[in-house]
Design a protein around this ligand. Structure first.
Ligand code: PGA
Length: 253
C-alpha cells in the first residue's frame, strides 16, 4: 500500500511572514491526518524559516530546484547540502515551468535526481505533455521518454524513494484538470514502464502524483484512481483551507 503524498508547490509566491503563517496553518489544519505525507515547497529564501516553523510537525519541506554541486562558483544557485542544512527533505525537479522558462533538460533533471538521492533528499520529478503533444496522441511517447531519461542510472536501492509527478502542461494553472480517467490512463502506463525498467514489485511501490489544477472539488475523484498516489498542487496550495481539504481528502485511512 502506497502512502499518498500531497505537495504544495508555492512557486514564486508568499513573502516570508505569509509563508510562515501558511505553513503553520497547514500543519495545524492537517494535524489529524494519518496516512498522507504532506510537504510544502516555499521559495529558497523562506526555506529555513518555514522548516523551523514546521519542526516537530508532520509537514515536510521541499525546495523547488537544486544545483548538482555541493558548493562552488555557480552564481545564483543553491546546493543539495544547503537544502539539507536548513531541514529540507524533498526537492521538486524538472517542473514544466523550469523546463519551459529556464532551459532544464531531461539530462539535467536526471543528474539532479541522482545527486538529490545521494544527499538523502527525495526528488519529486515532474513529467508531462503539452497540449499539442496530447492532441497529436504523443502523450505516452513524451512521458515515457521523460521518465526513462529522468531515472537513468538510478538503481533499485534508490528508486522506491523517488516520487514522480505527472503534470499535463495544459492543466497547470489553467483550471483544466485531466479527467480522473485521463490521468489514470497515463499513471497506469507510467507504472507499466516502471515495471519494465525495474520490476513489477518495485513499480508497485513507487508513488506517482497527479498535478494540474488540483482543488478540493476534484481531489476525491483523482485520488480514488488506483494508480494516483497523491497530488502536486500549485494554486490551491496557497490557501491553508483549500490545501488542507486536499490533504484530508487523500487520507485513505
Ligand atoms: P496548479 O499547478 O495546481 O496551479 O495547476 C500545479 C503545478 O504547477 O505543480
Amino acid at each position: 500500500m502506497r502512502t499518498p503524498i500531497i505537495a504544495g508547490n508555492w512557486k514564486m509566491n508568499k513573502h516570508l511572514e505569509d509563508a510562515i503563517a501558511l505553513a503553520e496553518a497547514v500543519a495545524s489544519a492537517t494535524s489529524d491526518v494519518k496516512n498522507v505525507d504532506v510537504v510544502v515547497a516555499p521559495t529558497f529564501v523562506c526555506l529555513a524559516s518555514v522548516a523551523s516553523a514546521l519542526e516537530g510537525t508532520h509537514v515536510g519541506v521541499a525546495a523547488q530546484n537544486m544545483h548538482t554541486a555541493t558548493s562552488g562558483a555557480f552564481t545564483g544557485e543553491i546546493s543539495p547540502t544547503m537544502l539539507t542544512d536548513v531541514g529540507c527533505g524533498h526537492v521538486i525537479l524538472g517542473h514544466s515551468e523550469r523546463r519551459q522558462f529556464f532551459g532544464e533538460t531531461d539530462r539535467g533533471v536526471n543528474e539532479k535526481a541522482k545527486v538529490a538521492l545521494a544527499h538523502g533528499l527525495i526528488p519529486i520529478i515532474c513529467i508531462g505533455e503539452s497540449l499539442g503533444e496530447r492532441e497529436a496522441e504523443q502523450t505516452m511517447d513524451k512521458v515515457s521518454f521523460q521518465v526513462t531519461a529522468a531515472l537513468s542510472g538510478i538503481g533499485e536501492e534508490d528508486i522506491t524513494k523517488v516520487v514522480l509527478a505527472y503534470e499535463p502542461i495544459w492543466a497547470i494553472g489553467t483550471g483544466k484538470t485531466a479527467t480522473p480517467e485521463q490521468a489514470q490512463e497515463v499513471h497506469a502506463s507510467i507504472r507499466a514502464l516502471l515495471a519494465q525498467l525495474y520490476s513489477e514489485d518495485i513499480a508497485q511501490q513507487i508513488r506517482i502524483q497527479y498535478g494540474g489544477s488540483v482543488k478540493p472539488a476534484n481531489i476525491a475523484d483523482l485520488i480514488s484512481q488506483p494508480d494516483i498516489d497523491g497530488a502536486l498542487v500549485g494554486g490551491a496550495s496557497l490557501k491553508a483551507d483549500s490545501f488542507s481539504q486536499i490533504v484530508m481528502a487523500s487520507d485513505k485511512g
